[in-house]
Design a protein around this ligand. Structure first.
Ligand SMILES: O=C(O)CCC(=O)C(=O)O
Length: 294
């Protein structure tokens, strides 16, 4: 039972995936106990939805992120989607710096659209993303553009033992230019140079909880050691299993929501909206993996 958070304010969405938490004040310094409680809740539920987190400023969001672990990830060098942000704050929006809607065929849009592929944040980096914290700055009307989450622990729980044994021996190449290419971005030679790939296990193991999760993302270009056809077949099978995961959550945004997820236990994706007429801006901070945790 969390000591510093009011236990009655925690409402699970599934028994072990997704929880709605009301009453956390992000504008006041949090006690160490509150941070520990939030980490424990994240270990249990993997996605935490903080409702009514009234107007959390970027500095408060960054501070919260820093308390959760090393980092934040500074963000790979991306086409600028927002000038003047604090380092570590990533803006995801269909707006330019004058607040105008970015044309659909603009390269900057391809970056945003890539979030509509199932992924986990910064798996293509040597220092992987651990916790991501996302808040809404400007939302399209009528609950458009929810964010979807899949519990990758529940996916592993449902895998046959023989497949788990196979996956435990495998690693995969994660590449940002590859997933950008899937969403229509023509990666340049220079992109491959500035965004090197990473090699990651296919199965994560959380040493605090003992639970495994499938570490899958559309950033995966190839499974190491398999030929291209075998790799494609296995990936298609794994994505299919993830699509049918027992634990799934679609978050419909309200203005003062903050959503935190464990990238090493989940996949997520943005969903499409009328981005040629509607405006949307989200801001994300992502902490780095604590060495030895997974
Ligand atoms: O904008 C969203 O709904 C999701 C954003 C996302 O996928 C990300 O920040 O990685």
């Amino acid at each position: 039972v969390p000591a510093a958070l009011d236990e009655t304010a925690v409402s699970p969405i599934h028994p072990d995936f997704g929880a709605i938490i009301v009453g956390v004040d992000f504008s006041a310094p949090m006690t160490d106990q509150a941070i520990t409680d939030i980490q424990r809740l994240a270990d249990t539920y993997a996605v935490l939805v903080f409702r009514n987190a009234a107007a959390v400023g970027d500095a408060d969001q960054l501070e919260f992120c820093r308390r959760l672990g090393p980092g934040p990830i500074l963000g790979i060098e991306r086409p600028p989607m927002a000038a003047g942000l604090l380092p570590g704050v990533i803006a995801l929006r269909n707006l330019d710096d004058d607040g105008e809607i970015v044309p659909l065929d603009d390269r900057r849009n391809a970056f945003r659209k890539a979030n509509e592929l199932w992924h986990t944040d910064e798996s293509f980096s040597f220092d992987r993303g651990a916790y991501s914290i996302l808040k809404a700055v400007e939302l399209p009307p009528d609950g458009a553009a929810p964010t979807e989450f899949t519990d990758m622990r529940s996916v592993v729980d449902d895998l046959p033992d023989s497949l788990i044994a196979q996956l435990l021996a495998l690693t995969a190449v994660h590449s940002l230019p590859y997933s950008l290419h899937l969403s229509g971005y023509e990666a340049l030679e220079a992109d491959y140079e500035r965004w090197p790939s990473s090699i990651q296990p296919l199965v994560n193991h959380n040493t605090r909880t003992g639970r495994r999760s499938l570490y899958l993302a559309k950033h995966i270009k190839k499974i190491v050691g398999l030929d291209d056809d075998e790799s494609e077949l296995l990936l298609a099978d794994l994505f299919d299993r993830a699509r049918r995961a027992k634990n799934f959550y679609r978050h419909t945004w309200s203005p003062n929501d903050i959503v935190l997820w464990d990238n090493l236990a989940t996949m997520h994706r943005a969903t499409s909206f009328e981005s040629s007429t509607m405006r949307r801006e989200m801001r994300r901070t992502t902490s780095l993996e604590l060495a030895g945790t997974y």
